[in-house]
Design a protein around this ligand. Structure first.
Ligand SMILES: [Zn+2]
Ligand SMILES: [Zn+2]
Length: 166
């Protein structure tokens, strides 16, 4: 793995870190929000981001988040890039937008004013709903097999396969 910072900078960094069994606490200055920071080549950098660079040999393209809720912590095991969750959120947003703009249902019926209804905040196809309702209605009722009352299977009163439904 290529080094991101020089040995000298790494040394300077770790001099300010107090390692415990879990968190590595930043002992030098912090910013107003409580995150540790250190100046590198005249630029103030967040300590946990520096730690990320040292660990991964690259700058994080996204936020570096703490999994331990300790803003002073620079333990790379307690840090992760913020991309994954944000990607997922982004996907959900895109999907929602896509669904809102759909012109046809999955079966190709136009999603226009007279053919849409809202179900769980989504636009659904009425035609498909009616169709599936009809199928449901045409299914023989579920019988409990309580033959003593005259509605069990195959006793001449119930519904048998091929009795004209469907
Ligand atoms: Zn920690
Ligand atoms: Zn449809």
């Amino acid at each position: 793995m290529s080094k991101y910072y020089t040995n000298e900078i790494e040394k300077r960094f770790f001099e300010k870190v107090e390692k415990t069994d879990s968190c590595w606490n930043w002992t030098a200055s912090t910013d107003r929000t409580g995150y540790g920071h250190m100046s590198i080549n005249g630029q103030l950098k967040l300590a946990h981001r520096i730690s990320f660079c040292i660990e991964h040999g690259r700058e994080s393209k996204d936020k570096v988040l703490h999994t331990c809720d300790n803003r002073r912590c620079v333990n790379p095991d307690h840090l992760r890039e913020g991309t994954q969750k944000e990607n997922v959120m982004d996907c959900i947003r895109k999907k929602r937008r896509y669904e809102q703009n759909l012109l046809f249902c999955p079966h190709g019926h136009p999603l226009i004013k007279d053919n849409i209804y809202i179900h769980k905040r989504k636009r659904r196809c009425k035609f498909c709903k009616n169709k599936s309702d009809k199928i449901r209605r045409n299914k023989p009722p579920i019988l409990n097999g309580n033959n003593g009352y005259g509605f069990g299977n195959g006793n001449g009163f119930g519904f048998k396969d091929g009795c004209g439904y469907g």
